[in-house]
Design a protein around this ligand. Sequence first.
Ligand SMILES: Cc1ncc(COP(=O)(O)O)c(C=O)c1O
Length: 391
Amino acid sequence: MDLERDYLLQNYSRYPLVVHRGKGCYVYDTDGKRYLDFISGIGVNALGHAHPRIVKVIRDQAALLIHSSNLYYHEYQGPLAKKLAQISGLERSFFANSGTEAMEGGLKMIRAHGTRVSPEKHEIVSLENSFHGRTLGALSVTGQPKYRAPFEPLLPGVKFIPPNDLAALEQAVSGRTAGIVLELIQGEGGIYPADSAYVRKARELADRHDALLVFDEIQCGVGRPGTYFSYQRLDPVVLPDVMLAAKPLACGLPLGVVTANAKAAASIGAGMHGSTFGGSALACRVALEFFDILEEVLPSIQKVGGYFHVMLNEMARKYSVIKEVRGYGLMIGVELEVPGKQVVLDAMADGLLINCTHETVLRFLPPYIVTEREVDAALKVLGKLIAKLKA
Ligand SMILES: Cc1ncc(COP(=O)(O)O)c(C=O)c1O
C-alpha cells in the first residue's frame, strides 16, 4: 500500500484490502481473512476464482503458445468467432483487449459506415447516464459529464438523450446519424434496464436512417442477465448491428470483442483496424472453455439470480431505506435512500465484497457459480447493515 501511494498514479481510490488468492466465490487477503466475493472483479470473474477447468487450460496453453500476434493464425480465434456468431445471431468478430478497446472498434465501425454513405453522416446518439470506457472515443459517448469534463473537447457530433424516452430518441436520430449506442442495462450508471419498446424503436430508427445500432454488452452481457446477451431478454428480441463484449470473456485474462453483422463488418476493410495483443491464443482458448462452462451454468444464473431478487425485494418491503431493487439475473442494484459507501466498507469488514455506484446504489455482480447458500450468507450480512440504516 505504501509503495502504491508513492509510485502509482493516484487515479484509484482503493478499498484497504490486499487480495492474495481466491477459490470459488471467495477471496482471501494477505492475513488469510476470507471474503465472499459478490463483485467478481467488477463482473470479470464470472466462474469465480481458480475454477479447475480454467486453471487447467491456462496451464496447458501457456506451455504451448501464449501470443503469436495477428500476423499469423492460431487455433483459437476462428472457433471462438464461430461460437460468438452462433450465440449472438451476428456474423463476424474482431478481438481486442478490454471493454474500452471493444468500444473503440464499435465507434470506428460507426464512423467508417457513415463516411461510406456521406461525409455528413458522422453523428452518434448515446444515452445520458451511460458508461462506455475511459479511452477518448469511449469517453465521447459516455453520458456522464464527470468522466468527460477534464478531457474535452472530445469527438464532435455526439448527442446524449435520456434513456427510455421514445420522443427524445425519435428527435435525435436523423440522416446524419451514423450510429446509436445503447447500454441495455446501465451498470456504472446504477443498474437501469432499457425497455423493450425503446430498444425496438432504436432498431426501427437505425434501419430507417441507415445508422448502425450498437449494444454495449460489456457489463450487462455474456451470461450475466441469465441469457447470453441482454438483448436476448427483450420481448421480442432486438438484434443489434454490432455487439461489444469484454469483462468475463476470458475469466480474468484481457479479452474484448466487437461482433458485427455482415453490413457493419463490411465497413472495416484490410488495414483499417488492428491490435498487437488482441485475441491471443491463451485468451481465446480460455474463452472457448468459458463458453462451454457458461452453457452449463446459464440455468443456474436465472434460478439463483431470481432467488436473490426475491429475497432482496423482501428486504426492501421490510426496510424503507431500500428505495428499489433493479436488474436481471446476477446483475443487481439496490438503491438506497442514503449513500452506500459506508455499507460497502462495513460489508467488507464482515467478509462480503460489493461496491456502490452512483452514490446510493449497492451493486451486486456475483460469480455465475454462486449458490443459494452463498446468497443467503450475503443477505445475512446485508440485512444486518440495512437494519442499522435510517431512511
Ligand atoms: C458498460 C461498460 N462499457 C465499457 C466498459 C469499459 O471496459 P474496460 O474497463 O474493460 O475498458 C465498462 C467497464 O466497466 C462498462 O461497464
